[in-house]
Design a protein around this ligand. Sequence first.
Ligand code: TXA
Ligand code: MG
Length: 322
Amino acid sequence: MSKSHIVSLNKAIELLIQGEIVAIPTETVYGLAANAENENAIRQVFRTKGRPLNHPLILHIADKNQVSNYALDIPDYAWELINQFWPGPLTLVFNAKKDKSLDLVRGGHDTIAIRCPKHPLTQELLSTLNFPLVAPSANPYEKISPTTAQHVCEAFSGANAVAVLDGGRCDMGIESTIIDVTHQNYYVILRHGMVALADICAVIPNAPYQENSDTAAPGKALKHYQPKTELIYFSSQQLLLDYVKQLTDSYYWLSFKDNKEHSIQPGFIFSNNRDDAFREFYYQLREADKHNVSKILIDLPPDSLQWQAIRERIFKAGRTSS
Ligand code: TXA
Ligand code: MG
């Protein structure tokens, strides 16, 4: 059975030019990259991930000024975001110049999601290639996103084995924030992520925003980011402790709150520093999965905007205890 394997930057460039797919590091998570102008290569990305064809992909560009090649009607406030956050972990969804990108990239929609990643290896890669890349997170559909080259290698083997460019462990550890900027006077948050809403509001204080209704109501949201082991979340640590009292199954505890009175073994306590906790989140979910327990229990971080990206992912990855 063939295995995923690490390749050099030059080999990654060669493979992408040949229309092969390559897993690449970004500052957020690893992406499964292909030439965004090569339909067969993109189909291979969908096949490898097991992702439905109508799920659009993010176009990754080398330089922020390339955005005008693909996007129409870019609002002034979107330029302010671009100038502040690109290269970096922010994806913007624009009205598309439809003749400039493949339907397959856009999932048949009239809009296109674009991001300019910051990881130095991938920047070098993109600026060498004369085409942009699509790069969904390099995980099988609905599973946990990878933050190391090793995670990608573990996830894809046999017919799905891929070449992986190793850029070390991802600095940020959570996907980019996605904002719909197709409206001139307001924007819509489609996915909370590395760039906090407070930081966006600080840059464009005069533009109002709306929450996408799917993200605002996690109960309705699709399953995503799932570990193999059942994940159950609790709105408070006390609720988790009450649950544990009656539990006969084995469990692993992930906590956002240090608790001196109760042993958290086996388990992990996330830092109360947001960036540190984000960097560890998927990584620790994978560690938890390795313990062969019946359940992973997690107490939610505070219900504040700062922690929304993690809360959103936990809601999609698990189920509530009640
Ligand atoms: O940090 C990231 O954004 C990573 C790294 C690898 O760049 N990529 C990533 O891609 O998270 P993916 O495909 O796993 O998630 C992209 C999300 C999907 O939920 C997709 O539905 C949404 O972006 N999306 C893409 N194009 C869109 C569009 N035109 N309109 C609305 N949502 C879109
Ligand atoms: Mg993904």
